[in-house]
Design a protein around this ligand. Structure first.
Ligand SMILES: C[S@@+](CC[C@H](N)C(=O)[O-])C[C@H]1O[C@@H](n2cnc3c(N)ncnc32)[C@H](O)[C@@H]1O
Length: 535
């Protein structure tokens, strides 16, 4: 499948623009046009109309009158490059950051916060309404604030004389050097100039051209930094990294090599724990052509302090560059939402499946509150960290981890039927294979957390077709001034609806074509619903 075409389809879905093929009407690239912007697209670009066709102009805002040059004429839209602002609209404000514009990190800093937040919540409202979920209760959006982002990835470029630490320019391969970033918590913001000095300063890293990027997370023990380098550090490099950890007061510093694509058959695998220099299929990252990028597990150089974070009241030492919700307030809102959905299941000590569990943001919080949790995830190091945290908190008897590639080998509907409730929180691609099994399992309560409304509604329709009602949705902004919006949703199985739609309820099929090969575990009949994991 062509990724660009997939992206285009997602955009059309979020923008609510039908993909019909209109005649271009003789409009050619290079033509200069003047457009009154009336709307904002899913990428944060202004949408106007020219001769009845939607025109997208980046950086233009509703109410603006802009002059623009036509760049491309596509089947459902015209894309035009901003030339000048003829007349500003009412929502336009002065951006707070001097890097806004070139820096691809923010798309909408020049829009009044109230209007920006309304637009983001509107994206979720629009896609729900267009897909038959207009009855779901839509909560106000949890807003993001500046200086809240507790993890980030910087692009790094350096020569012997000059170092660049920053973010990609939108739609280009150029890295914008940033002095500060308003989005970041102060610990991360302070690291930007320190990192720049380390990259090319006199006492810095001996091989400046080896820097590629950095992943940083602010933890309670200090910043946890992972550098991606084009070559493994030699003895001198390792010493320099250790020195930098000391002077910058980092909790831990690690490095990993640049990702490289591997052929499809080598990726993933059910139940595989990755150790040492093995490569991880689940991480995102830059891609060569259409091949998926895979990242090696980082190698720790120095751990000066434990990079501890608290997840739902439980202390956890995450693996280097492991997943973390981007803001503490976002995490808190998502966890409270999910715990609220599962209220009585938790009180009764019921069993909850946490799918795409990471290091246990939901699993630890739910177990801490009294539930039994089966946490399934592909990343071995994340599950190891989760198990250690559960053990240290005395929760081992309530938390079972299940290393599993959920895209390829989701548990079968029959195995899922042991659960009293389930939460899933997949990457942008969504959780189609798992949702199909959940839909057939009859698990009465499901919470979904999603960073992509398009794949969310696709998966929600699978649940709806099996008799689940989408009760409520809470949009969450963890990526201030960006186009990204997250959400949490509650689904309840409606037995009457399930019966009317031929749903299986608890009568899940025995022979499921999606069921993974059986490798271990006792026979189904021996497995108490509140005691064991899934096969
Ligand atoms: C959005 S994160 C959520 C993590 C966790 N729920 C949290 O809130 O911290 C998505 C998770 O899905 C995992 N993942 C990605 N692909 C996967 C796959 N094929 N099978 C299982 N887990 C996968 C990632 O490793 C990551 O931990």
């Amino acid at each position: 499948m062509d990724d660009d075409r997939d992206d285009d389809r997602e955009d059309a879905e979020l923008d609510g623009i039908p993909g019909d093929e209109d005649d271009a009407g003789g409009l050619r690239p290079g033509t200069q046009i003047e457009v009154r912007i009336t709307d904002l697209g899913s990428h944060g670009d202004g949408i106007g109309s020219y001769e009845g066709r939607p025109v997208f102009v980046s950086h233009a805002l509703p109410g603006d009158l802009v002059a623009a040059t036509v760049e491309t004429v596509e089947r459902d839209r015209i894309r035009a490059r901003w030339l000048e602002l003829v007349e500003p609209g009412p929502v336009r404000v002065e951006p707070a950051c001097p890097h806004f514009g070139p820096c691809g990190g923010c798309a909408l800093q020049h829009m009044a916060l109230h209007d920006y937040r309304g637009w983001k919540r509107g994206l979720v409202a629009g896609i729900l309404a267009r897909n038959g979920f207009e009855d779901a209760k839509l909560a106000p959006m949890l807003p993001a604030e500046p200086r809240e982002r507790r993890r980030t990835s910087w692009k790094l470029r350096a020569t012997a004389r000059k170092a660049v630490v920053g973010y990609m320019e939108a739609g280009s391969r150029h890295v914008v050097d940033v002095e500060h970033c308003l989005l970041l918590v102060p610990e991360l913001d302070r690291l930007i100039p320190q990192l720049r000095a380390f990259m090319s300063g006199p006492d810095g890293y001996p091989h400046p051209t080896h820097f590629r990027d950095a992943h940083a997370e602010a933890t309670e023990g200090g910043v946890d930094l992972v550098l991606t380098l084009s070559q493994a550090p030699d003895a001198e490099g390792l010493q320099a990294l250790a020195r930098f950890a000391e002077t910058a007061g980092l909790a831990r510093i690690s490095w990993r090599p640049e990702p490289d694509p591997v052929p499809e058959p080598q990726r993933g695998g059910r139940g595989r724990h990755q150790k040492g220099r093995q490569r991880s299929p689940a991480r995102g990252g830059p891609r060569a052509g259409n091949a998926p990028a895979i990242l090696a597990e980082p190698e720790v150089v120095v751990r000066r302090q434990a990079p501890v974070v608290h997840r739902g009241g439980v202390a956890l030492e995450p693996p280097p560059a492991g997943f973390a919700q981007a803001t503490a307030s976002g995490e808190e809102a998502l966890v409270s939402f999910v715990a609220g959905v599962f209220g009585h299941v938790i009180e009764e000590g019921g069993t909850i499946g946490d799918f795409f569990a990471g290091s246990g943001t939901f699993a630890l919080a739910l177990a801490h509150r009294g539930a039994r949790v089966i946490a399934a995830e592909v990343e071995g190091p994340a599950l190891d960290a989760l198990s250690r945290a559960a053990a240290a908190a005395g929760l081992s008897d309530r938390v079972t981890v299940e290393p599993r590639d959920l895209m390829r080998w989701p548990p079968s509907a029959r195995d899922l039927a042991i659960l009293d409730a389930a939460v899933f929180d997949p990457p942008r691609a969504g959780a189609r294979a798992l949702t199909e099994q959940l839909a057939a399992s009859g698990v009465p309560l499901i919470a979904a957390v999603s960073c992509n409304p398009v794949t969310f509604v696709r998966d929600a329709k699978i649940l709806a077709a099996a008799g689940y009602r989408l009760v409520r949705v809470m949009p969450v902004d963890q990526f201030l001034w960006s186009r990204h919006v997250e959400l949490a949703a509650e689904f309840r199985l409606d037995p009457a609806l399930a019966a009317a739609r031929g749903g299986t309820g608890r009568q899940a099929p025995r022979d499921d074509p999606h069921a993974p090969p059986r490798g271990r575990g006792a026979a189904k009949t021996d497995r108490g619903p509140k005691q064991r994991g899934m096969r």
